[in-house]
Structures are given as C-alpha cells and as structure tokens.
Design a protein around this ligand. Structure first.
Ligand SMILES: [Zn+2]
Length: 572
C-alpha cells in the first residue's frame, strides 16, 4: 500500500513537471513563472481589472495578473513564491523629480532637516564634526528659512563660532540658497568687492557691505567650485547607497531633473556590474542664456547612447525662475511682504522659447522648473508656441513644481497636454510654508498653493516626485501630505488650502501610471498588467484603510524591479 501511494505521488509529480513546461497564460504558451506573488491585495492601476490577488513574472515582465488559483497554475519547479499575506501590492513607485547623485551624497553628509533653530544646528554640526575629525570641508544640507527670524536667511556667525578654521558649506533644504562660514568665503575669494554673478546674489550686510554667508542661487557656485570633487569610486559608492535607499522606500524609477546627466556612464557601469536597481530617466540641465551647438551635441549623443528600459536620456530641463522663500520665483505681481521685489526670469523669454521650440522639434521631452505664477505662465506660453510651430503631436512637455498659479492658467495644462510634475511634500504646512512662503506670496496667491486638484479637475495630468535631496525621497510622506494637506500633528486643523486634497487613489496614480505617462513610458510601466515591466512593491499596511495621518509611516516589505527582488525588509 505504501509503495503504491509513493508510485502515485511520483507519477503525479512527473505529470506536474510535464505540464509546467507548457503552461498556458493569456492564450500563449509560456514557461513556468520565475516569480509568483500570491495572496496579495493587488491594486493594479489597470481600469479593466483594478484589484487582483496575484501576479506572475517571467523574464522581467508581468505575464499574468489574477486570482490565486489562476496564478498558482503558473508555478513550476524553479518558481519563487512570494506570499504577500494579504498585504497591499502596488506598481513600483516613480519619483518624477529627483537629483539622484546629490541625494545619494546627502546620505553621508550632515543632515539639518527638522532642526528647529540655529542652536540645534550648531549642536548637530558639533556632533558631526566630532565623528568626522580633521580639517576637511563640512558639507551638509537641509536647513530651512523660518528659523532665521524675519530676514529668513542664515548668517555665517553661527558657523564661525564653532569652526573658525574649517570650511563649512551648507545647502538650504530647497537647494536654492547656501550658507558658508568665513573660512569657506575666504577660500573662495569672496570679498566686499566681489560682484554678484548673473542669476545669483551674495547677500551682504547693509551697513558694512560684507558677505553674510548666505549665497542665493548661482552665487553658491563661487564656493561650490572649490569644494574638493569626489572620486569615481566615491561616486559609485554613494550611488549604490542611493539605489538601496530608493528601493527600500518602494521607488523603482526616477526622473532626474539635474546633476545626473554628467554621470550617465556611472549608471551604465552599475548596470554592467548588476548594481543598477532603479530605472533612470535623465534630463540634461540646460543653463541660460541660450541653447548652444555644444548643448545639442551633448544631448543628442547621450540620447543615442541611452534609450532603453534602464537608462534613458531623452529629456532636457530648463529652470526659468527660483523659489518663493527667497523672492527669486518670478511673479506676475510684486511679493506681498516686500513690494520692491517681484522675482525675475532666469531666461530671456525669447531665447527660452526658441530653445524650447528647437528641442521640441527634435522630439526631446522638456521639463521646465517654474514656481512663481509668471514663471508658470512663461513655460505654458513657450509650450503653446512650440506646438504651433512644430505641429501637433504627442509631446507631453512638463512644468516642474508650480507652487502657485494664476486662475486663468489652470485649464491650460489639460488643454495643451502639459504635465504638472509636483512634489507633495513641498507643500507640507510647517513654519517654513506657513510663515515664510505664505507671507511672501500673500493670501491671494497662497489660496492657489500647490493647486494639483484644480489642475487635475481641469483635465491636466499629474506626476509626483520628491526633488530629493530637497526633501526625503520617501514617497509615503508625500502621499500623506497630498491627501491631508496637514502636518503629521494635524496642523492646520482645517488643512492648508484643503480644497486641493486628493484621494489616496489619485495620489497613487500620480506616483505610478501618471508618472509613467509623464515619462512617456506608460505602455511598459505604471500599472500591473500583462506585458509590462515587473516593477512592483508590497507594503506593510494598506494605505487605503489606514488613517490618512498614518500613511507617511508606511514601510515597504518587498521591492521588485524587472523581476528581481531588490529589497526585502528584515521581518525577523
Ligand atoms: Zn529639482
């Protein structure tokens, strides 16, 4: 009896093995899946089948999505089975606006995010310096404007007290203003007579004319250029840490808005070593005053070399203005707190428009950083003119940030097919936003702060990102902010411009299918559908069910990119 049972079992096994090699899925004969994810609550972003239980992956692509029973049939001898245990499964998250190598380096530098006042910054710097002794540069980032009183700008005196002989150079959280100590200013040769560079300002003491240590916009380059450059090995080390960090937060693709074009070959090297675990869409950062032949050569060369699922260099980024906190964003009307200031465009409008038209004609995708309402209007005008000049086609130009907008420009996103690429966490209503940003913008413009819902309701497509290292790349804090328009403590009680709140589903779309659309990749990415790339994540908590204020605490269990498990949380 025992032997008969054994024989039966062996026969069944042989039959299964046989069957496994000729499985049928979606009418096609396929090999058994490499990976199946089962017992999940799979939110697909596919309107034909919004929810499923399981997903099968073969050679880096999704080959089936459906019920557990259907997917179980695709299991063969070598299939890895991931039991999602009822957890939420989503398409991999895309960060549509990032500075990846800068963010990667920030992981190893002093992080001043969340510091409440200059004395807390001094404490953290003292600790960091103790852990990193010597005379090397102290580099870091993340301080905010609100802690420096009404002028909202840092001063070198706080740094000089601690570091009279060691250069210190600290980027503001938004990347638009830097803070140097006297030693760094001296090493850079900045003296009273040093002129402001174009598109930048050395902030000076009104009485003495001496540099205060705050350097706005392009003025930071005076110091940045003398900071020792990291070696190639340092860069690779930082990028590997950055990729791990991104995967651990559920990010599977990024759209780089600057700083990464110069290191495309490093991403390529990582690919050959098997270390590239985040898909890279990389824009060339085009500086004013104009588009030059050498820019076009660099852009075309990179695009020819890199245009696959992992590394793609088909975009160009412009920056037409600065930020509201330092009055450098270009506004249609003067700033509310100081009517002598209105911000100005970094580009001469005609030169910007002709560069847009030329690059658009070449089929490149265009990103324009525009934060003030005049900046946003200028970008919309340029895209409209490019379409008139180069005729209608599927171009999907983008505007990045859009922190405020005039009412009549809101419907132009939908009408012109311009994508609104926005960063939810920038609207986080802390003191920086409510005291500095809103004070500078004034109540009327602040009533249209980060108006993503108005843009979406008028037919515009949204794409979300972080602008890391400006804020954390952790997208869950962004999801929470877009849904609540409140701080984690629930402030302000009524929400900051609460009519712009989005649903959880709308925000997920902005980080997945909307993001894929914004990168011209929606045929292969952004949803869990047969034929798409197998980029997906499993989360600890179901963000559709938890209290909105808790979404930011979401942890990722598993991240899969191209059918490879690139992150697995330690569950022990
Ligand atoms: Zn940026």
């Amino acid at each position: 009896m025992k032997i008969r049972q054994l024989r039966f079992a062996l026969q069944s096994l042989a039959f299964l093995l046989c069957a496994a090699s000729t499985l049928h899925a979606q009418g096609r004969i396929v090999e058994p899946a490499d990976i199946i994810v089962v017992h999940g609550r799979v939110y697909t972003e596919d309107p034909k089948q919004p929810w499923a239980q399981a997903v099968a992956i073969y050679r880096g692509k999704i080959v089936a999505v459906g019920d557990d029973a259907v997917i179980e049939r695709m299991r063969g001898m070598g299939t890895k089975v991931i039991n999602a245990g009822g957890k939420l499964v989503l398409p991999g998250f895309v960060d549509c606006h990032i500075h990846f190598i800068d963010g990667s380096f920030s992981l190893g530098r002093v992080n001043l995010e969340g510091a409440k006042d200059p004395s807390e910054i001094q404490k953290w710097l003292r600790e960091y310096a103790a852990e990193h002794p010597g005379d090397d540069w102290i580099l870091g980032r993340g301080w905010n404007y609100a802690m420096f009183g009404p002028e909202a700008l840092p001063h070198k005196k706080y740094l000089d007290e601690l570091f009279p002989n060691r250069p210190v150079f600290l980027e503001g959280y938004d990347g638009h203003t830097y803070w140097a100590n006297s030693k760094a200013l001296a090493m850079a040769g900045i003296v009273r007579e040093t002129a402001d560079p174009p598109n930048g300002a050395i902030v000076r003491d009104p009485k003495t004319g001496e540099a205060t240590g705050a350097l706005k916009e392009a003025a930071q380059e005076l110091v940045a250029k003398i900071v020792p450059k990291p070696t190639r090995a340092d860069q690779l080390l930082a990028l590997r840490a950055g990729m791990k960090w991104a995967n651990a937060h559920g990010v599977t693709r990024v759209h780089s808005a600057g700083g990464d074009f110069e290191v495309l070959d490093l991403f390529d090297e990582m690919r050959h070593r098997g270390d590239l675990t985040v898909r890279m869409y990389v824009a060339y950062f085009l500086n004013p005053p104009e588009l030059r032949p050498q820019d076009i050569r660099a852009i075309e060369h990179a695009r020819k070399k890199y245009h696959d699922d992992w590394i793609d260099a088909g975009a160009v980024k412009f920056m037409v203005d600065g930020v509201i906190e330092s009055h450098t964003a270009a506004m249609l009307e003067p700033y509310s707190d100081d009517p002598s200031l209105q911000g100005k465009l970094f580009w001469e409008p005609d030169k910007y428009k002709s560069a847009v038209a030329e690059l658009d004609k070449r089929g490149l995708q265009l990103f324009t950083h525009a934060i003030g309402d005049y900046g946003v209007r200028t970008a919309l005008d340029a895209y409209e003119e490019a379409e008139a000049r180069n005729h209608k086609r599927d171009r999907r130009p983008r505007i990045e940030h859009i922190e405020t907008i005039t009412t009549s420009d809101i419907p132009r996103f939908g009408k012109l097919g311009v994508i609104a690429s926005m960063q939810p966490l920038h609207s986080y209503p802390d003191a920086d936003t409510l005291d500095v940003w809103a004070r500078n913008a004034g109540p009327d413009r602040a009533s249209r702060a980060w108006a993503w819902k108005s843009i979406a309701d008028a037919g515009g497509r949204l794409a979300f990102g972080s602008d890391w290292p400006v804020v954390t790349l952790n997208p869950w804090e962004g999801v929470q902010t877009a849904v609540t328009r409140q701080t984690s403590e629930g402030e302000p009680e009524a929400g900051f411009v609460p009519e712009q709140r989005l649903t959880v589903a709308q925000v997920i779309e902005g980080y997945t299918l909307g993001a894929a659309f914004a990168g011209r990749r929606e045929k292969l990415e952004g949803s869990l559908e047969v034929g798409k790339l197998a980029d997906l994540i499993i989360l600890w908590q179901n963000i559709f069910d938890v209290e909105p204020r808790k979404i930011g605490a979401t942890k990722v269990v598993t991240t899969i990119v191209g059918g490879r498990i690139v992150y697995q949380a330690d569950t022990k």
